[in-house]
Design a protein around this ligand. Structure first.
Ligand code: AMP
Length: 145
């Protein structure tokens, strides 16, 4: 499955939206869900997805859902910067396997970048559950502050 094809309602992010798979949720509203990447490329790597759009990528998503997603991306990027104090932040989105997409439900990556730290391999090593839970708690607390 790549740039063109049918939306698979059994993809892992669709299961997370339906509550059939777990996630380290940091933000949710009626339209958008954000959670920690469990194979983080950096400390604080967060994913933001539309809940209502059955869109595999940027080409398929409706403008309203996309607007809601990018608005949350900006809000959470500010929260992550305030909490984690990175030296930079990457915001990325991939379309099709040759472009690096591995999960075919539209998502945006927020990847904090720290001075002198290289990115981990994309969708590489799994983070420790305790570390993810502690980070989740920090971000949720900062959001509520
Ligand atoms: P992409 O390669 O752009 O499709 O990004 C998919 C991202 O989802 C990768 O960075 C993976 O590490 C991440 N990922 C895969 N499964 C899960 C999961 N169950 N929970 C959180 N993140 C996941």
């Amino acid at each position: 499955m790549s740039l063109h094809g049918d939306y698979d309602s059994q993809n892992i992010f669709a299961k997370i939206i339906r509550g059939e798979a777990p996630c380290y949720k940091v933000y949710e509203d009626d339209d958008v869900l954000a959670f920690l990447d469990v194979f983080p490329q950096s400390f604080g790597h967060t994913l933001v997805i539309p809940k209502r759009a059955a869109a595999r990528n940027l080409l398929e998503v409706d403008a309203d859902s996309l607007t809601k997603v990018i608005t949350v991306v900006q809000m959470l990027t500010k929260v992550l910067v305030a909490e984690l104090q990175p030296a930079g932040v990457q915001v990325a989105q991939f379309n099709g396997a040759p472009a690096g997409q591995t999960v075919f439900h539209l998502h945006m990556h927020i990847v904090p970048r720290f001075e002198g730290e290289a990115l981990a391999v994309h969708a590489g090593g799994k983070a420790e559950p305790e570390a993810l839970a502690a980070l989740q708690a920090r971000i949720v607390a900062r959001l509520a502050a």
